[in-house]
Design a protein around this ligand. Structure first.
Ligand SMILES: [Zn+2]
Length: 405
């Protein structure tokens, strides 16, 4: 099976290369903004018609203007503007698709200098020892030493700047083993605030260690930034410190999520998760940060591709399925369940169980045929047995597998 993968490394550019990278990012940003302006003008002058200028057409137009209007562009790789215009085209496609499907996808916005500076290159890209050779830029040293940097065929590289550090992400087409159907149980996964994830078999995954302290630091840094004088050196420094902290948190979260999703996709035949309407939940401000932290979208995105790689099935529970309010033993549905109630107590059958575990068990049940429960046992039998309720409660006493950092 052919799949696309990306390998990301930090670059170690010298000063000359640093400015070359910065200039290429500038060219990409300029082209993107130029293209966006052109499209807006086109759509207003034509009363909304002819708004789809395709990326290639636009690039040809830009090329024809290069000689007279933008001669400085000749110093940089032609891929940077070309790929930027492709991105712009994709942004418009997403926007119009959103309109059609009634999803809120914003109108493409102008890019700002210093915010997510990046550019993409195609063409001849080679790894030579510890260096990567990029068109027009040359050989740049990598921070990390490895014997093998990638597998497969290189399609493109994206160079990006985060907190004044440069990274390269190499997209490759790689031949991987055809997935065999994973032999294992179905598992329900509940993503939470206190615990990152609770599995229906009782396993829990902790949030990355020190996430709490990092968030505290983040708050402190952003407060300190807001007190700095505008356009001052100190403000720039504070900005960089804040950006570093953001990157720190992002990396830690990303790492934990990758470990979790790989584990899930490799060892379970079916993974059941909630199909949460995240935009609706974001309205609840107290939850907003927590959900952003947990990285719902990222979790689902990773699971989607990893399930196809490893041969497991991703099952989304129906939107309105009451996974938290339902009793996993008898099916009774509570009318109210506040977020502060960490323990689920059923007033029908007396089940006492961790709230997240209850939700995970419900999720796995919803994906099974109606007569079976989470462990493949008969539901009617399960309902009457208080013993099973007991084992469920005791499960959370088992040592947790801490996959945190
Ligand atoms: Zn019950």
């Amino acid at each position: 099976m052919l799949v696309n993968k990306a390998y990301k490394y930090e670059l170690d550019p010298n000063n000359h290369q640093r400015s070359s990278l910065q200039n290429h990012a500038g060219v990409a940003r300029f082209s993107y903004n130029w293209g966006l302006e052109q499209r807006i003008e086109l759509s207003t002058n034509n009363h909304g018609y002819d708004r789809f200028t395709d990326a290639m057409k636009q690039h040809k137009l830009l090329n024809s203007l290069k000689k007279t209007q933008f001669p400085w562009m000749y110093h940089y790789s032609k891929c940077a503007p070309q790929e930027a215009l492709r991105d712009l085209h994709q942004a418009f496609k997403n926007f119009y698709r959103g309109l059609k499907q009634g999803k809120k996808i914003g109108f493409p916005r102008f890019k700002r200098k210093g915010v997510n500076d990046s550019f993409r290159l195609t063409g001849v890209i080679r790894f030579e020892g510890r260096r990567i050779r990029l068109p027009r830029i040359g050989k740049i040293r990598m921070k990390e030493k490895r014997s093998v940097y990638y597998q497969g065929r290189i399609l493109s590289v994206t160079v990006s700047k985060r907190a004044s550090r440069w990274f390269v992400s190499v997209t490759v087409e790689e031949e991987i083993e055809d997935p065999k159907f994973v032999v294992g149980h179905a598992v329900g996964v509940d993503l939470g605030i206190k615990t990152l994830a609770t599995l229906s078999d009782g396993t829990t995954f902790a949030n990355p260690r020190a996430l709490g302290t990092r968030i505290k630091k983040l708050r402190k840094l952003s407060r300190s930034l807001s007190r700095k004088k505008k356009r001052s050196k100190n403000r720039d420094k504070a900005k960089l410190r804040l950006a570093r902290m953001h990157m720190n948190i992002f990396n830690a979260r990303q790492d934990t999520l990758h470990k979790l999703t790989t584990y899930l996709a490799k060892s379970h035949s079916r993974i059941v998760i909630e199909d949460l309407c995240v935009s609706w939940m974001m309205k609840n401000r107290r939850l907003a940060r927590a959900i952003a932290d947990v990285g719902m979208y990222e979790f689902r995105r990773q699971l989607e591709y990893k399930c196809t790689w490893y041969g497991s099935e991703l099952y989304l529970a129906p939107r309105m399925f009451p996974s938290s309010k339902r009793c996993s033993a008898c099916g009774h549905k509570k009318k109210e369940l506040s977020l502060s109630e960490r323990e689920y107590e059923c007033e029908e059958c007396g089940l006492k169980i961790d709230r997240d575990l209850n939700a995970a068990l419900n999720l796995v049940t919803v994906s099974l045929p109606e007569t079976q429960n989470a462990r493949g046992e008969d539901v009617r039998h399960y309902r009457k047995s208080s013993e099973i309720c007991m084992t469920q409660t005791s499960m959370k006493q088992e040592p947790n597998i801490d996959q945190g950092l």
